[in-house]
Structures are given as structure tokens and as C-alpha cells.
Design a protein around this ligand. Structure first.
Ligand code: SF4
Ligand code: SF4
Length: 386
């Protein structure tokens, strides 16, 4: 908002006025579909309410305030509202919600204080975990050489290397079993998802420029990642901001599905258990990858896949996204508790996901309630049967 003008949401002026205020994006009276409404129960918690806020800001009937900014950031950017709205009219709700955040950032009311600390660290050490950049590759097993000439780059992201190295190690094990050589780049920086999602677009752009230059210098042809946040950012945000890219971006579930289909990866073990699958918002609703993880799971001998009530496009968010886990950790946990209850209703022994961030939040919830579910990543499960 420069000189009182709302710059970022003004781009969506026509879309914002198309909202017919049906209210379905909030889930109606019978069911919860919007984590932010589930937490807040205010009209302003829903996408419909936020569009009204956007209209009022554009008309000058409402002025930015810290309370307003907080409400705008209490949303996981899960995209459930956009999926529902798509069935009625099409509105780019996630883009609009992000533009609102960018406007809050422009007037100094966003991102939230914890986000600002994280972004300051990212600018210094290129990761959001308050860790040193050089420790990004500490997870690589001793003696394992991933610095070769492969044109397949394993983009590790930040969450697994710094917080859940078992996922990165499992991913490498699976690649080894398939005879696929991958390259890990120590000069990789945070993909920028944290920055783009919290309205700090300038920070995100710096990170994107660095990474794109790195990919070009390495001559990569394929980028594979296990992190849906990175996947969405590399696949959608980078080309949108910087133009078409010459490489393919794949999530590990897609990459592994292809290896299995071509007989390059053999699954020799069994997992005799019921498994339910949680669709990460960035992999499902944001990028449309629903079937590859399910097909990979079904290919594991002995495994029975059972679906939760809300699944695929209608999946309930884990609660961590959009900067909610860092700025409002209790809210993130409340949303995850709902998902854990739903997973437990399937009588599954394992709750599998394909996102280290979802895995962390769901595990935090399950552990805090003393639940029996084993929460893990698809790559960890696969590493047990190769
Ligand atoms: S579903 Fe779409 S049209 Fe209906 S209130 Fe929500 S944003 Fe508006
Ligand atoms: S993105 Fe998710 S949390 Fe945010 S308003 Fe839409 S449904 Fe609610």
C-alpha cells in the first residue's frame, strides 16, 4: 500500500468483486473445511471474509491495523477455499490471500514478528531454522559421494536436512537401490517458500535468483525433491517470477512411481499393516499430485491403504502451513489434532505423508495426545522394503 493505495491486491480487483458471498469456502454450518475458520469462527477468518476485507481496503473504508494483519496471517494457505470455490466460480484465492499479506508487509504490519526473525536469519544463513548454512549437508552419510556429474539434482530443502535428516537419508537409500545417481548441491539455499507465503516477496526473489543461477551453472536436467513446499515454489513460483525453466521438477513420489513402473526399483520387503495417507496441501491442492504417492504405497507388498474421510482435494490441512506453525504454534497443533483423530478413525497403524513439515506437525500432535499412530514419510517407509 503505497500512498494509501493497496498495490498487491488491486491486481485481483475484478476477481475480488466476482465473489457471490455464498460462503461455501468456509464450509457452511455442517462441516469444517477452513482451518482458519475452525480456529477463529469469525467471518474474517474465512476466504469470503478476507475478500470483504480486501474490498474495504481497496475502497479506503478500512485501514490496515495490527489486528487486521494478525487475522490475515492466521490462515494456513491450505487452498481448501479455492478448491471449493472452483466448483462454483474460479477465484485465485491463495494468490489473493498472499497478495493481502504482501500489502501488510508493505506497510510494516507483516509478516508476524516470528516470521521477521526467521526471514532475517534466512537472509544471513539461507535457512529458516537458525542453523549455519554449512551444516545443510551434515546429514549426508560419511563416505557417500553426491558431488558427481549427475544431471539429477536432489533439492533437499531445509526441513529435512536440518530437522528430519532421516527423510533425506531414506531418499538417498531408495535412489541407491534404484541405481540412480543424484547430485546434492551444498550451495543450495532455502527455496523461498517461507518468504513468498508470508508476503516477503523481495526476500523470496533473492533466494529464487540464487537457486536458478546455481541450477544453470550445474546444468541440471531434473530436480527432484521430497518437500512439497519446495516443489510448489520451484515448479510454480520460479517460472511465474523468472520465466520458463529448462529443467523438470518432480516430487519424489512421482520420481519413484516412474522407477517402479519401469522396473528400475524392486521392493523386496513387506509391510503387513494398514496405512492411511495425508495429502500435503502444497502437493495436493496446490500442484495436483494425488495419485503417485498412493500408487507407490499400494505397490508395497502387504500394505493396505485406507483413506480418511476427508481426502485428496477435500483433505484437512495439517495446520502447519502459511507460517502458522512458526507464528501461532498452538493453532497449528489444534488443526493437526483434528487430522490425527480422523486418521485414528481408520484404524491404521501408520499415518504416512509426503511432506517433512506435515510429518513434524502431525507427529507433534500424535505424540502430545499419546496416540498409537506411527507418523512417517513415504520415503522412510520405502527405505524399509528395498
Ligand atoms: S466460495 Fe467463492 S464465491 Fe463463494 S463466498 Fe467463497 S470465495 Fe466467494
Ligand atoms: S487457505 Fe485454508 S485456512 Fe486460509 S482461508 Fe482458505 S481454507 Fe481457510
Amino acid at each position: 500500500m503505497n500512498g494509501g493505495k493497496v498495490m498487491q491486491i488491486s491486481e485481483y480487483y475484478n476477481q475480488i468483486w466476482k465473489c457471490g458471498r455464498c460462503g461455501y469456502c468456509g464450509g457452511g454450518y455442517l462441516e469444517d473445511r477452513c482451518p482458519s475458520r475452525f480456529l477463529g469462527r469469525f467471518e474474517s477468518s474465512t476466504a469470503r471474509g478476507k475478500l470483504l476485507i480486501a474490498r474495504a481496503l481497496m475502497n479506503g473504508e478500512l485501514h490496515p491495523s495490527p489486528e487486521l494483519a494478525k487475522r490475515i496471517y492466521e490462515c494456513t494457505l491450505c487452498g481448501s477455499c479455492e478448491t471449493i470455490c472452483d466448483r462454483i466460480i474460479h477465484l485465485d484465492l491463495v494468490d489473493i490471500l498472499e497478495a493481502l499479506r504482501a500489502d501488510m508487509a508493505d506497510v510494516g504490519l507483516g509478516p508476524m514478528p516470528r516470521h521477521k526473525e526467521i526471514l532475517d536469519w534466512i537472509k544471513k544463513e539461507h535457512n529458516p531454522y537458525m542453523e549455519k548454512h554449512e551444516d545443510r549437508v551434515k546429514w549426508i552419510p560419511q563416505g557417500k559421494d553426491v558431488s558427481g556429474q549427475s544431471k539429477i539434482l536432489y533439492f533437499t530443502g531445509c526441513t529435512a536436512p536440518y530437522r528430519q535428516p532421516e527423510i533425506s537419508r531414506a531418499s538417498l537409500q531408495v535412489m541407491d537401490a534404484a541405481g540412480v545417481e543424484v547430485l546434492v548441491a551444498p550451495k543450495e539455499w532455502c527455496c523461498g517458500s517461507v518468504a513468498f507465503r508470508t508476503g516477503a516477496r523481495d526476500v523470496g526473489l533473492d533466494l529464487a535468483n540464487h537457486n536458478v543461477e546455481l541450477f544453470r551453472s550445474l546444468g541440471v536436467e531434473t530436480i527432484v525433491t521430497h518437500c512439497p513446499g519446495c516443489y510448489r515454489t520451484l515448479k510454480l513460483d520460479y517460472p511465474k517470477l523468472l520465466g520458463e525453466m529448462p529443467w523438470k521438477v518432480l516430487h519424489f513420489s512421482e520420481f519413484v512411481e516412474d522407477l517402479l513402473g519401469r522396473g528400475k526399483l524392486q521392493l523386496n520387503g513387506r509391510i503387513d499393516a494398514k496405512v492411511t495417507y495425508h495429502d500435503p496441501c502444497h502437493l495436493g491442492r496446490h500442484t495436483g499430485v494425488y495419485d503417485p504417492p498412493r500408487r507407490v504405497l499400494k505397490s508395497i507388498p502387504g500394505l493396505e491403504l485406507v483413506e480418511m474421510e476427508r481426502t485428496r482435494e477435500d483433505a484437512w490441512c495439517c495446520g502447519a502451513g502459511g507460517g502458522v506453525k512458526s507464528a501461532f504454534p498452538d493453532s497449528a497443533l489444534k488443526v493437526a489434532n483434528e487430522r490425527i483423530k480422523e486418521a485414528e478413525q481408520t484404524a491404521a497403524q501408520y499415518l504416512v505423508t509426503t511432506c517433512p513439515f506435515c510429518r513434524q506437525n502431525l507427529k507433534d500432535s500424535s505424540d502430545s495426545s499419546g496416540g498409537h499412530l506411527q507418523v512417517c514419510d513415504l520415503m522412510e517407509l520405502l527405505a524399509r522394503v528395498i
